[in-house]
Design a protein around this ligand. Structure first.
Ligand code: G6P
Length: 436
């Protein structure tokens, strides 16, 4: 790609994360000549789009760079001739998230935005929309790259890979969060730490941790056994059982707490939802505060308060990925992409989260081979759940949906799966035309 003056389109442009994206492009302007950024949203998101879009304009103006910010509700018009399309939308806004998080708790099952039935519901709402966006991309900018960070990111990426021709890479901030957690534990700077990752989105382990290239996995694991933790803004941090973490011998991502510490996490989610509301309720307040700040006409930078959100650094990872594709960098980044044999124990056509070489042709996963039986079973069962959930989302197939939820390791029985499924379909009926 040698083109100068890139066109970037961001679907869900009214998101509170947008200032980070704009900052990322401004920072990289010398290597990534972005000319036009189209922030696209839907009617319900119009007000937020205007507020955050005007902040984006002030940020660009301050930078003095020749970048144009466009705000629009016309997705097709925006997508036309785009070079990169990024997606950060939330179908049904935060109210749908709060319902996703609350419903499973009634049955003593974890209520979480991406893990378990909550993530399943979000997938059902999101996948048809992303496929629709992909139709537009196929028609109006077939050479563009889709960089997705809409959750559930792994499943969304897999649906796009299986059902469209769009060039597509999925992103998450968890891998970089794990590296910065390890850097903190070791009291060193982030650039000195690297990791080998194995797994799926929000189900990933660092099998090796390196400091300046030296393998320090055992040391990091021992520190975790002694109480050091890698905290995430949106997930509680119970200390790991020392013998458990020593015997695992690798670093689990924060989301694995929902599996390894299920009882505690469910208990806490239930009491939190009674005392202060689910994470979605908390985030809604944080968002209101952020948008109040964004309205300030004197604000022309990304405010530090955005760090309160679990997804901080997502957009920066997106900009760095886009730059590696554009500049054919052949560097290594951790992204979601099609397995293609990298993990020998999984089908070729499923999406994994792995270290990949990034060049102008996309993401090429580095070979992993076979995986340890300590984590293989869990990866298998969650991947089966994901494959079934994608089928359900694409075809509106009730039976695939029921099998998906039943097979999920956090759902105790087929009877509970059915009750949760029926309620999900009922409470989301406006967003799930595929099930009609
Ligand atoms: C983490 C996850 C993201 C998720 C975010 C939620 O960073 O990796 O996938 O979107 O947390 O954060 P929030 O502030 O919305 O709870």
């Amino acid at each position: 790609m040698s083109k100068k003056g890139l066109k970037i389109v961001t679907i869900g442009g009214g998101s509170s994360y947008t200032p980070e994206l704009i900052e990322g492009f401004i920072k990289r302007y010398d290597e990534l000549p972005v000319k036009d950024i189209y922030l696209v949203d839907v009617e319900e998101g119009k007000e937020k789009l205007e507020i955050v879009g005007n902040l984006a304009k002030r940020m660009v103006e301050k930078s003095g760079l020749d970048i144009n910010i466009h705000l629009t509700l016309d997705r097709r018009e925006a997508i036309k001739d785009a070079d990169f399309v990024t997606t950060q939308f939330r179908v049904g806004q935060l109210d749908a998230r709060i319902k996703d998080e609350s419903l499973p708790l009634k049955y003593g099952v974890i209520g979480q935005e991406t893990t378990g039935p909550g993530g399943f519901a979000k997938g059902l709402r999101t996948i048809p929309v992303i496929l629709d966006i992909c139709k537009d991309i196929e028609e109006l900018c077939p050479n563009a790259w889709l960089i997705n960070f809409t959750n559930p990111s792994g499943m969304v990426t897999e649906a796009v890979a299986k059902y469209t021709k769009v060039k597509n890479i999925g992103l998450c901030n968890v891998p970089i969060g794990m590296r910065s957690g390890a850097a903190k534990i070791m009291d060193v700077s982030l650039d000195r730490i690297s990791m080998d990752y194995v797994g799926l989105n929000h189900l990933v382990w660092a099998t090796n941790v390196y400091l300046d290239g030296k393998n320090i996995t055992a040391e990091v694991v021992e520190k975790m056994a002694q109480g050091s933790s890698m905290s995430m803004k949106n997930i509680s941090n119970y200390p790991w059982e020392p013998e458990f973490i020593r015997s695992l011998g690798m670093v689990p991502c924060g989301y694995l707490r929902y599996y390894y510490q299920m009882d505690k996490m469910v208990e806490e989610a239930i009491s939190d939802s009674k005392e202060k509301g689910t994470r979605g309720v908390v985030v809604k307040k944080v968002e209101e505060e952020l948008f109040e700040l964004y309205k300030d006409k004197d604000l022309d930078i990304k405010p530090p308060q955005l760090e309160q959100r679990g997804g901080a650094h997502y957009s920066d990872a997106a900009c760095s990925l886009i730059s590696s594709i554009y500049n054919n960098k052949k560097d290594i980044q951790t992204v979601n992409t099609v397995n293609n044999g990298a993990i020998s124990d999984l089908p070729d056509n499923v999406v994994i989260e792995a270290n990949c070489v990034i060049d102008k042709y996309g993401a090429h996963p580095i070979n992993i081979g076979h995986i340890s039986p300590k984590i293989r079973g869990l990866i298998h069962v969650v991947k089966s759940y994901e494959e079934l959930a994608i089928e359900a989302a694409v075809h509106g197939d009730y039976h695939s949906a029921l099998q998906a939820l039943t097979v999920h390791p956090l759902v105790p029985s087929s009877a509970v799966a059915k009750k949760i499924l029926d309620e999900i379909l009922e409470q989301n009926k406006d967003y799930l035309p595929q099930f009609k």
